[in-house]
Design a protein around this ligand. Structure first.
Ligand SMILES: Nc1nc2c(ncn2[C@@H]2O[C@H](COP(=O)(O)OP(=O)(O)OP(=O)(O)O)[C@@H](O)[C@H]2O)c(=O)[nH]1
Ligand SMILES: [Mg+2]
Length: 360
């Protein structure tokens, strides 16, 4: 699943993209307006703990993909439309991460002429709404010319969306039936996607990061459900991420952040995507797998391999902590009654270690 990075020009999107994915822009590429994609690993200390008791040769974290889309200026006086290629990318992702500038840096121009996170957030989120509204209206116009009763349901649903969007309400805040969700899927509405707001407070703003975030939240208007908030200092945290571990802890302490920007942002991304992690572990590898909350054992098996899902017989399941406490011994877990044997319908819990018995 992909997360699209979006926001006003020069807000720190590409700086964060590099921090998240380790991407290093080639010499001379600065300011090139291209779409970039990269993979981020979710830091998870449970993998190390499991790998240790299993003597795993390889450690494989769960990942999520980010797509860095160059900024487009959207202020009330200057509304550049999103170029179609950018819009197509943003429609294709599962969620959006909106990067808002709150660092001063006089030498870096701001499309508004001044740093104003509240106005930037409001304009950017309205832009999602306007885009969706235009999609809805185009489709309703076409539907109005057709008299197929099967399309009536769609028209009614879109009219409901239109009313909400006209009231500047985000579609993610409406309730839809599974059938309606299916009908809406093809439109890839921007305001329906979970939204992570990342406030780039700059090096000078880290001590007040939480207060700045609270202020933005209080003044941004109603953004609806499925919204996450993170404050960071993109440039300096990017530099810190490249230091040795000891030095890193020292600098992070000074900034006042308990976890790295990578941890904070990727964790928030996973949460908004509704993902949980389960593990497989053995001497070959310990792997963290991401699946949607409320997935059953067969879905988990399918995340590992299609064949394992197809030939699913049962799954042996235990909590990661239990396996660590038993020092990796299945026999001990069995003895203590902590090894559970579950069928297809078992709902996987975050932190489960699973071992699928299958037959192909
Ligand atoms: N002082 C300061 N400068 C920053 C910070 N984050 C980013 N910058 C600088 O702001 C400029 C723009 O950063 P980018 O990451 O390229 O911004 P962007 O959002 O990708 O910009 P576009 O792709 O053009 O929309 C660069 O010169 C960065 O070094 C920050 O936290 N503090
Ligand atoms: Mg950029």
């Amino acid at each position: 699943m992909e997360c699209g990075i979006v926001g006003p020009p020069q807000s720190g999107k590409s700086t964060l993209f590099s921090l998240l994915t380790g991407y290093v822009s080639p010499e001379g590429a600065y300011g090139r307006r291209e779409i970039l994609r990269g993979v981020s690993k979710l830091p998870d200390s449970r993998i190390e703990a499991l790998a240790k008791v299993s003597n795993s040769r390889k450690l494989v974290p769960a990942t999520v993909e980010y797509v860095d889309v160059p900024g487009v200026a959207v202020t009330p006086d200057k509304r550049e439309p999103y170029p179609p290629a950018y819009l197509a990318e943003l429609r294709g992702v599962a969620m959006l991460m909106l990067v808002i500038r709150d660092f001063a840096a006089a030498e870096i121009p701001h499309p508004r002429g001044k740093v104003d996170p509240v106005a930037d957030l409001i304009d950017a989120s309205l832009e999602f709404i306007f885009n969706d509204l235009s999609t809805v209206e185009k489709r309703l116009h076409r539907l109005s010319k057709q008299h197929d009763p099967l399309l009536k349901k769609e028209a009614e649903l879109l009219e409901r969306c239109q009313t909400a969007l006209q009231a500047e309400k985000h579609l993610r805040d409406l309730d839809f039936t599974p059938e309606e969700e299916k009908l809406l899927r093809g439109f890839s509405f921007l305001s329906l996607k979970p939204l992570l707001i990342v406030l780039n407070v700059g090096e000078e703003g880290t001590q007040e990061a939480e207060a700045k975030l609270a202020d933005l939240k209080a003044n941004a208007g109603d953004l609806g459900r499925h919204v996450g908030w993170v404050a960071c200092a993109a440039s300096i945290e990017g530099e810190i991420a490249r230091l040795d571990e000891d030095e890193r802890a020292l600098f992070m302490d000074e900034l006042g952040f308990k976890e790295s920007a990578l941890e904070r942002i990727v964790r928030a991304t996973f949460d908004l995507l509704g993902l949980i992690t389960f593990f497989t572990t053995g001497d070959k590898d310990t792997t963290a797998w991401a699946i949607r909350k409320d997935s059953n054992a067969v879905v988990a098996a399918g995340a590992i391999h299609d064949d394992i899902a197809r030939g699913f017989i049962r799954a042996e399941i235990y909590g990661w902590k239990e396996l660590v406490a038993a020092n990796g011994s299945h026999a001990k877990l069995k003895e203590e009654g902590k090894l559970r044997v579950e069928g297809r319908d078992y709902i996987i819990q975050d932190g489960d270690v699973i071992n699928v018995r299958f037959n192909i």
